[in-house]
Design a protein around this ligand. Structure first.
Ligand SMILES: [Zn+2]
Ligand SMILES: [Zn+2]
Length: 282
C-alpha cells in the first residue's frame, strides 16, 4: 500500500455555485484544483494530475484560448504550483517519477512541463480525443495544446480499454491495476471528458478514490445533485455525467470506508495539508 499521501492546492477559478450543483445558490464558488502526491514504497512519488501553474496564464493570453480564462476567471499564484511547493515538503522534484493524468482539461495539465523526467500515464481514449487538436477544436474539449510537453507521446503509457480487466468496483465497473500489485486501480469516470479516469488508491490511512471531475463536490454524489444544464455545453456526454454521478453515489454506499476526493471539492480543499517539516525521506 501507499505509505504516504497528501493533497496540494494549486489555485482556483471562480464559478457560480448554482452552475456546479443543482439547488445551490447564485453565489460565487472557488473551484480549487487539487493535486494528490502519492508515495509508493517501490515506485516512489506519483502525482495525480498536475494542477494549475503560472504558464496557465500565458497559455490563455491570446484568443481563442483566452475564452477559457473569461469563462472561468483564474486565481493562480506562482508559489501555488506543485513544483514551487515541493521544497517545503522536502521532496526533490526529480523524485516525482510518475504523473497520472485523469483527463486533458487545462486545469489538470498546466503543471506537466515542470516535470520533464516523469513518466506519464493517461487513458488512450482521452488522449485520442485531444491529440493534434488546435484552436477552437481544442478549446471545445477544454484542451490547451501548449500545456502538453513536446515529448508527451514518448513519455506516456496510454491505457487502452482492454487493460481494464481487473476486479470491478461496485457501480463503477472494471479496473486497471497500474503496477500489478493492487495498490493503484484506475477506473472509468465517463461523461465530463472523453475517457476520463479516476484512481482507487490503497493507503496506510485507508482507501481513497481520486474522482477527478467525475463530480465536483461531495454533496453532489451524496445527494445526487448534478451540475446545471448550462454545463452541458462543455462536457463530453451529459447523459454519462449523470450516470457517473449515480455510480459514485452507489459506490459510496457500497464502500463507505473509501474517502472520495473530487479534484475541485471545497470540502476536500479543507483537507489540504502543508506540513512545515519534511514529510518523508524517500
Ligand atoms: Zn475537467
Ligand atoms: Zn477540473
Amino acid at each position: 500500500m501507499l505509505d504516504h499521501w497528501l493533497l496540494l492546492d494549486t489555485g482556483f477559478c471562480r464559478v457560480s455555485a448554482h452552475h456546479v450543483m443543482r439547488g445551490a445558490p447564485h453565489q460565487p464558488l472557488d473551484c480549487h484544483a487539487l493535486v494528490a502526491l502519492l508515495h509508493h514504497p517501490q515506485h516512489g512519488w506519483i502525482m495525480w494530475d498536475s494542477g494549475y501553474a503560472p504558464r496557465m496564464l500565458t497559455a490563455t493570453q491570446r484568443l481563442p484560448y483566452r475564452l477559457y480564462r473569461l469563462a472561468t476567471p483564474l486565481h493562480i499564484r506562482p508559489e501555488q504550483s506543485v513544483i514551487a511547493q515541493l521544497p517545503a515538503l522536502g521532496i526533490d522534484p526529480q523524485a516525482i517519477r510518475t504523473i497520472i493524468i485523469s483527463h486533458f482539461h487545462a486545469d489538470h495539465l498546466a503543471g506537466l512541463h515542470d516535470f520533464p523526467h516523469a513518466r506519464l500515464i493517461a487513458s488512450a481514449p482521452a488522449y485520442a480525443h485531444v491529440q493534434g487538436r488546435r484552436g477552437l477544436a481544442a478549446l471545445r474539449r477544454g484542451f490547451i495544446p501548449a500545456l502538453l510537453p513536446p515529448d508527451f507521446a514518448e513519455r506516456v503509457r496510454l491505457l487502452p480499454p482492454a487493460d481494464f480487466r481487473g476486479p470491478p468496483l461496485p457501480a463503477l465497473g472494471a479496473t486497471c491495476d497500474l503496477f500489478g500489485d493492487g495498490v493503484l486501480q484506475a477506473v472509468w469516470l465517463p461523461g465530463h471528458a472523453r475517457g476520463q479516469i479516476g484512481l482507487l488508491a490503497h493507503t496506510h490511512t485507508g482507501a481513497i478514490l481520486l474522482a477527478a471531475d467525475g463530480c465536483w463536490t461531495t454533496e453532489a454524489y451524496r445527494e445526487l445533485r448534478p451540475p446545471h444544464r448550462l454545463t452541458h455545453l462543455f462536457v463530453d456526454d451529459p447523459v454519462a455525467v449523470g450516470q457517473t454521478l449515480h455510480a459514485l453515489h452507489h459506490f459510496a454506499h457500497a464502500r463507505p470506508a473509501v474517502r472520495i476526493i473530487p479534484t475541485h471539492c471545497p470540502a476536500m480543499f479543507a483537507y489540504v495539508t502543508r506540513p512545515a517539516a519534511p514529510v518523508l525521506a524517500p
